[in-house]
Ligand binder design. Structure first.
Ligand SMILES: [Zn+2]
Length: 125
């Protein structure tokens, strides 16, 4: 297992540029698409599957990521794959969802008065 990890790590490091100022390990390989929530993240092919490089790096260093956890970029650099706690942080999916929901509710607060009702009925023929 450790041999496989070392091999994957080596494969990743070949395509990483270490930024001496921020300490970020910038991925120079392929990325996910340009649009959508999962866009702009480092991607690589591993055993025939496409994986997120920062997640793979985290797993190599810290072990498996539990299903309800996500990897957040603490350094705010989506292309960073540095598994150190200053760069990649494991957060709960729930925490992310709650944060998103709270933001959504805040936006819609002023927009409450019948309009929502109309929108909810998809005018069936
Ligand atoms: Zn970073």
């Amino acid at each position: 297992m450790s041999g496989r990890r070392a091999r994957i790590r080596q494969k990743i490091m070949l395509r990483v540029h270490v930024d001496p100022e921020t300490g970020c390990w910038i991925w120079t390989g392929p990325r996910s698409g340009k649009q959508g929530r999962g866009a702009g993240y480092p991607r690589m092919s591993l055993d025939g599957a496409t994986v997120a490089v920062h997640r793979t790096m985290f797993i190599i260093e810290h072990g498996p990521i539990p299903p309800k956890k996500q990897i957040d970029h603490k350094c705010r650099n989506r292309l960073c794959v540095n598994p150190s706690p200053d760069h990649l942080e494991m957060v709960t999916h729930l925490r992310n969802m709650l944060r998103r929901d709270a933001a959504k509710r805040g936006e819609q607060k002023h927009d409450h008065g019948g309009r929502e009702d109309r929108a909810a009925k998809p005018g069936k023929p």
